[in-house]
Design a protein around this ligand. Structure first.
Ligand code: 13P
Ligand code: SF4
Length: 356
């Protein structure tokens, strides 16, 4: 379920009160007031320019709780991007997310507040890599995680997100699927669905294949999220030793071993909803640290343990001031060549159609 911001945040005072209620325990008043002034300018400009601001769940707390019209995970934000009638979409997230909004809205202006908000998963694979895999495994349908660029999506049959990966794979009704590019998400889907996965591309020069490699139902790639790959089973054991009552939540971009050792795994929104709906008092979040701050702000009675030495440098590129500049200067505009966009749209739209 997406989260819509309250619509009555139209004065500096209302924004200050709103931010103080959520962040007053961790942010001094003078900073809250400064953020509220910035957020007010953004909200005024947003209205004047008929813009929509979408905010990913990883946005820093002051931004997350003030300017997005809608916050959510990649799947929800894609759905919202597909439905908007606004002229401009400002995407407070990373480039592949803004690109997906552009794929769905070719006639609208899509802006991303920083030109440096990439993603290690999106960087891990090229369109040529996908063409080579398809030549090697002809006829096998290709699923791509939404954390890829448009030219890669254009080579694939269907997209998925962390919120629907399992359902998308099952929807294909195929004996085998190529699942790109996240090695760990693929491993977690394979584990959930009982499918045997191989990673032939880890050693592309190896000519001979073992019988186990030939007996596959999923074919993976070697991309990894630079944030989630750092969490270990030992981290979980250490935290459980100190806090025996802790409930551990891991994003499915964590390794299958970490996910198996956790108590719950799901998309960023699934984790938010899990905490909201449980009566448990202490959680460990194995995901980008800012999301722990955002959840803590909305669940004052619950304690969020997080390993904040591990941060997403790309998501952390985006702050209120960058969002203001995006609207003031119409920067940075996201574009996708039309032939690529049309083919990428097929993959994204097929995912949206399955409705999971
Ligand atoms: P979600 O789709 O779960 O929000 O994840 C996006 C992402 O980039 C996680 O690292
Ligand atoms: Fe990419 Fe990982 Fe950052 Fe998500 S957390 S945007 S997958 S690098």
């Amino acid at each position: 379920m997406t989260h819509k911001q309250p619509t009555d945040l139209n004065s500096i005072e209302a924004l200050t009160t709103h931010l103080r209620e959520r962040l007053g325990d961790v942010m001094p008043d003078f900073e809250i007031e400064e953020k509220a002034r910035l957020a007010h300018r953004i909200n005024q400009l947003k209205k004047a320019k008929n813009a929509l601001i979408l905010g990913h769940n990883y946005m820093e707390p002051a931004l997350f709780h003030s300017v997005p019209d809608i916050t959510g995970d990649s799947l929800e934000l894609s759905r919202q991007a597909a439905q908007t009638d606004k002229d401009i979409i400002v995407f407070c997230g990373v480039e592949f997310m803004a690109e997906t909004a552009k794929i769905l809205n070719p006639e609208k202006t899509v802006l991303i507040p920083s030109a440096k908000a990439g993603c290690s998963l999106a960087e891990s694979i090229t369109a040529e890599d996908v063409r080579q895999l398809k030549a090697r495994f002809p006829g096998v349908p290709v699923v791509t995680y939404i954390n890829t660029y448009a030219d890669v999506k254009a080579e694939c049959d269907i997209c998925c997100t962390s919120g629907n990966a399992h359902a998308v794979v099952e929807s294909l009704n195929s004996d085998s699927v190529i699942f790109l590019p996240d090695e760990y998400l693929a491993g977690n889907v394979a584990r959930e669905t009982g499918k045997h996965i191989i990673f032939p591309t880890k050693d592309p020069l190896k000519a001979a294949q073992t019988q186990a490699e030939l007996d596959y139902q999923m074919i993976g790639w070697h991309g990894r999220c630079e944030v989630h790959e750092q969490f270990t089973v030992e981290d979980i054991e250490n935290v459980r030793a100190q806090f025996p009552d802790v409930v551990v939540l891991a994003h499915p971009e964590c390794s299958p071993e970490v996910v198996a050792a956790a108590d719950f795994s799901g998309s960023t929104t699934a984790m938010i909803n899990f905490v909201k709906n449980q009566q448990i008092s202490r959680y460990l979040l194995l995901t980008e640290c800012a999301m722990g701050d955002n959840i803590a702000a909305e669940n004052p009675g619950k304690e969020m343990l997080r390993l904040c030495a591990v941060r997403c440098p790309h998501m952390n590129e985006i702050h209120l001031i960058d969002t203001l500049h995006a609207l003031e200067k119409n920067q940075y505009e996201v574009t996708v060549p039309e032939d690529i966009r049309q083919r990428a749209w097929q993959s994204v739209n097929r995912m949206l159609q399955i409705g999971a």
